[in-house]
Design a protein around this ligand. Structure first.
Ligand code: NAP
Length: 245
């Protein structure tokens, strides 16, 4: 399905990014993976190679412009193209608005939103020349409905939705589609921190009555990356057990 395509997945050492990178590789893509720490990342690269694809692991902090430049330079030097960009790297620094520190705002916005702007801007040129591209931004249901204690995170994820739609309009004529996935609560390290009470209360708000799995999100990304989604752009695909209907 994705044979001959090159994907770049940020935050691919664990959680949703890892499963997404492996899912794209299973379908034929060569994959560039990045994260801040190298250890788990090289494991993911080995798993991609074990599937018979080429992999490139680059340690990079997507909140740092210089790291993004280095990541892109290495990706393009190795593969000569990038067809699929998955802006997945994300962090939380939760706290109520009145106590939120400037650095908690800045680090979340830089990691979750500015990185997607920087990578999209750079790869828009590459994809436009190729007359082919897929940009997929991992937003969140929280960007659509808000969440107390997550003003910074929700703002970054809502920002991704605005970025998605604007860039989709700008690049549509170049055959580059730009979409978002808005996961609900997915079982990863990010949600492991939830206490028993919070988890119980959360489940009562999810019509399907369970948390999602990283695979649920990865398959939505796969669809948007595939030729089956060639006529889909500027959309946000909710993968949230029905939380936002
Ligand atoms: P996770 O398990 O915490 O994994 C995050 C990944 O991003 C790791 O590979 C991490 O590796 C990398 N990362 C974090 N900061 C980075 C940075 N500055 N530069 C490069 N890589 C960075 O998170 P997840 O649950 O899979 O979430 C993935 C995405 O889905 C995030 O954007 C998140 O907001 C979104 N999402 C998650 C849920 C959920 O319920 N889990 C719901 C909605 C949306 P290093 O730490 O080594 O850098």
């Amino acid at each position: 399905m994705l044979t001959g395509k090159v994907a770049l997945v940020t935050g691919a050492s664990r959680g949703i990014g890892r499963v997404t990178a492996l899912t794209l590789a299973e379908q034929g893509a060569d994959v560039v993976v990045c994260a801040r720490s190298a250890e788990l990342l090289t494991e993911v690269a080995s798993q991609i190679e074990a599937l018979g694809r080429r992999a490139l692991a680059v340690t990079a902090d997507v909140a740092k412009t210089a790291d993004i430049e280095n990541l892109l330079e290495k990706a393009l030097a190795t593969f000569g193209r990038v067809d699929i960009l998955v802006n997945n790297a994300g962090i939380t620094r939760d706290g109520l608005l009145m106590r939120m520190k400037d650095e908690d705002w800045d680090s979340v916005l830089d990691t979750n939103l500015k990185s997607a702007f920087l990578l999209s801007r750079a790869l828009a040129k590459v994809m436009s020349k190729q007359r082919y591209g897929r940009i997929i931004n991992i937003s969140s249901v929280v960007g659509e409905i808000g969440n107390p204690g997550q003003a910074n995170y929700a703002a970054s994820k809502a920002g991704l939705l605005g970025l998605t739609k604007s860039v989709a309009r700008e690049l549509a004529r170049r055959n580059v589609t730009v979409n978002a996935v808005t996961p609900g609560f997915i079982e990863t390290e990010m949600t492991d921190a939830l206490g028993e009470n919070a988890r119980h209360e959360l489940l009562s708000k999810i019509p399907l009555g369970r948390l999602g799995q990283a695979e649920d999100v990865a398959h939505a990304v796969l669809y948007l990356a595939s030729d089956h989604a060639g006529y889909v752009t500027g959309q946000a695909l909710g993968v949230n057990g029905g939380m936002s209907m």
